[in-house]
Ligand binder design. Structure first.
Ligand code: GAR
Length: 208
């Protein structure tokens, strides 16, 4: 079997998307290896998930460094030491600086709980409710130097129902995130994502 491509996952909290990725790998539907999980929060439950899956994990806290640049250099060094080829942001609640994004250009993915370019930034589900949107969803995209503004890889719509709360809408979106993120990573691992400007096209698989 060919050597698996290596991803590094950056997290800040619960880590349900990390779990979906680990489950897809275990189920044999996602042919990558998670080389490292890095959290900027020492108490993130995602760390426990990494531990249980036997995956190297590390806490890199912003407050341990003099400035944002030094903090991101520490993350960069840990990713490189783990031979990471793709950085997967899975509920990582920080905006990465230009230096990091340029160094990893085209090799950082994020998942956002809205249909971008609608509702970027924090609390996307609450933004959709407050706006009165009838449809929201989730987006997997490559990270560029803006906030939630990079080329879109995959999107999935979900309805916003009349009696939705932030919690019920978030749950409905999250169920789709857990399907969409492993799928996007699989397409990357198979070399099927072709980026041209803002457009990402998906090449047909050899099996199709
Ligand atoms: C997910 O809903 C993800 O889309 C969102 O945080 C949640 C993390 O959940 N990310 C953002 O809002 C990024 N701006 P998880 O820790 O259970 O994967």
């Amino acid at each position: 079997m060919a050597e698996r491509r290596v991803i590094g996952v950056l997290v800040s909290g619960r880590g349900s998307n990390l779990q979906a990725i680990l489950d897809a790998i275990a189920a044999g539907t996602l042919p990558v290896r998670v080389g490292i999980v890095i959290s900027d929060k020492a108490n993130a439950y995602a760390l426990e998930r990494a531990k249980q899956a036997g995956i190297p994990h590390l806490v890199v806290e912003r407050k341990a460094y003099a400035d944002k640049q030094a903090f991101e250099q520490a993350i960069d060094a840990a990713l490189r030491a783990a031979s990471v080829e793709l950085v997967v942001l899975a509920g990582f609640m920080r905006i990465l600086g230009s230096e990091f994004v340029r160094a990893w250009s085209g090799r950082v993915m994020n998942i956002h709980p809205a249909l971008l370019p609608s509702f970027p930034g924090l609390d996307a589900q609450a933004q959709a409710l407050a706006y009165g949107a009838k449809i929201s969803g989730c987006t997997v995209h490559f990270v560029d130097e803006g906030v939630d503004s990079g080329p879109v890889i995959l999107q999935q719509a979900v309805p916003v129902l009349p009696d939705d709360t932030e919690e019920t809408l978030s749950e409905r979106i999250l169920a789709q995130e857990h399907r969409l993120y492993p799928e996007a990573i699989r397409l990357w691992a198979e070399g099927r994502l072709i980026v041209s400007g803002r457009r990402v096209t998906i090449e047909a698989s050899e099996k199709e």
